[in-house]
Design a binder for this molecule. Structure first.
Ligand code: HEC
Length: 123
């Protein structure tokens, strides 16, 4: 048998050993989407509290995708508490968070008006 018949075997052996070297490095770092940093949220009073409270369970994207009035945000907080066990925040802290949500995620007029919206049209 000629020596170069062994080349593929050598390549396989090399890739197998590098694969096992990778597993020895431990698990990959946790996935942290770039847009989920608190610093990327709009600045304002209540930002840290809102981010901290709401991202305990889900990404902030789920929140910022919504545009609601203060009343609807209030309902959403109640819903998160009743249905998902979010801490029942009341008083000044609740006001702070509701003000932040209502200020930075207000209703998006065209989307709320219903009907077809061309996703390619400029906003
Ligand atoms: C204790 C866990 C928990 C916390 C804390 C929490 N949520 Fe949620 N939230 C959920 C779960 C679970 C879902 C998805 C399931 C569902 O829609 O019922 C969800 C979904 C949502 C949605 C999407 C609803 C939709 O129509 O798709 C919004 C908006 C939302 N949360 C807002 C908030 C806001 C604002 C806060 C902070 C004030 C918050 N959540 C904190 C558990 C939580």
């Amino acid at each position: 048998m000629r020596w170069f018949y062994w080349l593929p075997m050598l390549a396989l052996a090399a890739s197998a050993s590098s694969a096992s070297a990778q597993t020895q490095q431990g698990p990959a770092p946790a996935f942290t989407p770039k847009d989920e940093r608190m610093e990327d949220l709009p600045e304002g009073p209540g930002r840290d509290e809102t981010f901290g409270l709401c991202t305990a369970c889900h990404g902030y994207r789920l929140v910022s995708n919504q545009g609601l009035t203060r009343d609807k945000w209030d309902e959403t907080m109640t819903w998160m508490t009743e249905r998902h066990g979010m801490p029942d925040i009341q008083g000044a802290d609740r006001d702070l968070i509701l003000n932040y949500l209502a200020t930075h995620h207000p209703p998006k007029a065209p989307a709320r008006a219903g009907g077809f919206r061309n996703p390619f049209a400029p906003q």
